[in-house]
Design a protein around this ligand. Structure first.
Ligand SMILES: NC(=O)c1ccc[n+]([C@@H]2O[C@H](COP(=O)([O-])OP(=O)(O)OC[C@H]3O[C@@H](n4cnc5c(N)ncnc54)[C@H](O)[C@@H]3O)[C@@H](O)[C@H]2O)c1
Length: 347
């Protein structure tokens, strides 16, 4: 049976990630799209031969007989649009971050619990080959007890110059909610979703609101509107004693244009992503147990395949809303700690 898909928000995430993911899947037909900029939606529909364009997404939910909607709009509308879709019985793939904050995320969790449809969030990194293989190593006990994780995603000159990423009222926050959220989610999942107990955070706006920063953006935005952080740091303590350090920025005076370091340390082994490398001590020697010739997949296509399998009851969702709510709680706590200059302890 054909899986009927609608795209809500026909901007860059829809174009670069969702459409290629759907087009890899012969079971799927993208039958409708909607955007508040209806001309943009029309151009999108023409390019991808999508039959129906809706100026009003409510009408798309009511009329297009969708099995899935991809929500690719700015963060401030994720909650409302996702809940409306769920209440109409449409399965939702909502882009990250789940919502503006944990309160909104919890509303979405509850709506998903009430609904006859599924809600998942676009944390595609969990579906990458490297992350999936590393998860197998971890579940086989090859890293032993994981006591430390480092999630680092640094850009030298990468402030998004489109959309609403730089406007807090529309994004909920800056680089933490944009890129930090991905690696916080990924490392939490790899660690087996430990319970966070305390968070210390710091955030800085070092570049984004300066009038003379043309070199540090990817694109142009109104500097006077920039009211979010371009650097965020967090130290998260978990029940059982493990910790994670999270460091993310859109711009910084560093030697790399882009640096992603995901590192896990366990008492039997350690690992880094990307690329996947595994390190251990065996037989009184240091071993590099790095998998070779991994077959790389498109993680967006994988997240869609997984959602469809979950809709059919063949497996559970990999990215569950309750887990994304925890991610959002931690991010809220990083902001709170940054504002109060104190550790935030979860009760
Ligand atoms: N998973 C990833 O790696 C990834 C990558 C990029 C963006 N994203 C996420 O995707 C979302 C969109 O980001 P983007 O880069 O595509 O932004 P964008 O600005 O390119 O696209 C957003 C689109 O939504 C439309 N829109 C805005 N408000 C709307 C509303 N109320 N109703 C209907 N349409 C509306 C805009 O007109 C625009 O076409 C964000 O939440 C972002 O965090 C995720």
């Amino acid at each position: 049976m054909v899986v009927r898909v609608g795209i809500l928000g026909t901007g860059s995430a829809a174009e670069l990630y969702h459409m290629p993911g759907y087009r890899e899947n012969p079971e799927v037909q993208v039958v409708a799209c909607s955007d508040q900029d209806v001309e943009r939606a029309r151009r999108f529909a023409k390019k991808y031969e999508i039959e129906n364009v809706y100026a009003d997404y409510h009408e798309m939910f009511e009329k297009a007989r969708l099995n899935i909607v991809s929500i690719c709009t700015p963060n401030y509308v994720h909650k409302t649009q996702a809940i409306e879709a769920l209440e109409t019985g449409i399965n939702v793939l909502c882009e990250k971050p789940m919502a503006m904050n944990a309160t909104e995320a919890l509303d979405m969790v509850r709506a998903a619990q009430r609904a006859r449809a599924l809600l998942t969030i676009g944390h595609q990194h969990r579906f990458s080959t490297d992350a999936q293989i590393l998860k197998r190593f971890i579940e086989a006990g090859e890293l032993g007890t994981i006591y430390y994780a480092r999630a680092q995603c640094l850009r030298r000159a990468g402030i998004p110059g489109w959309g609403a990423f730089h406007i807090k009222a529309k994004s909920g926050g800056g680089v933490l909610l944009d890129t930090g959220v991905h690696f916080l989610d990924l490392m939490l999942w790899l660690m087996g979703l430990p319970e966070p107990v305390a968070v210390t955070g710091a955030t800085y706006t070092a570049f984004g609101n300066k009038p003379d920063n043309s070199v540090i953006g990817c694109g142009e935005y109104d500097r006077t509107e920039f009211d979010v952080e371009d650097f965020a740091y967090g130290l998260i303590r978990f029940a059982g004693g493990a910790t994670m350090s999270l460091e993310t920025c859109w711009a910084a005076n560093i030697e790399f244009s882009d640096k992603i370091t995901q590192q896990l340390l366990g008492d039997k082994g350690g690992a880094t992503l990307y690329p996947l490398q595994v390190f251990a001590q065996r037989h009184r020697s240091l071993m590099d147990i790095t998998p070779r010739a991994l077959c790389q997949v498109n993680p967006y296509a994988e997240e869609i395949r997984w959602l469809i399998a979950a809709m059919r009851g063949e497996k559970e969702l990999l990215v569950k809303p309750e887990q994304c709510y925890q991610v959002q709680r931690i991010m809220d706590a990083i902001y709170e700690s940054a504002a109060t200059e104190r550790e935030v302890v979860f009760s």
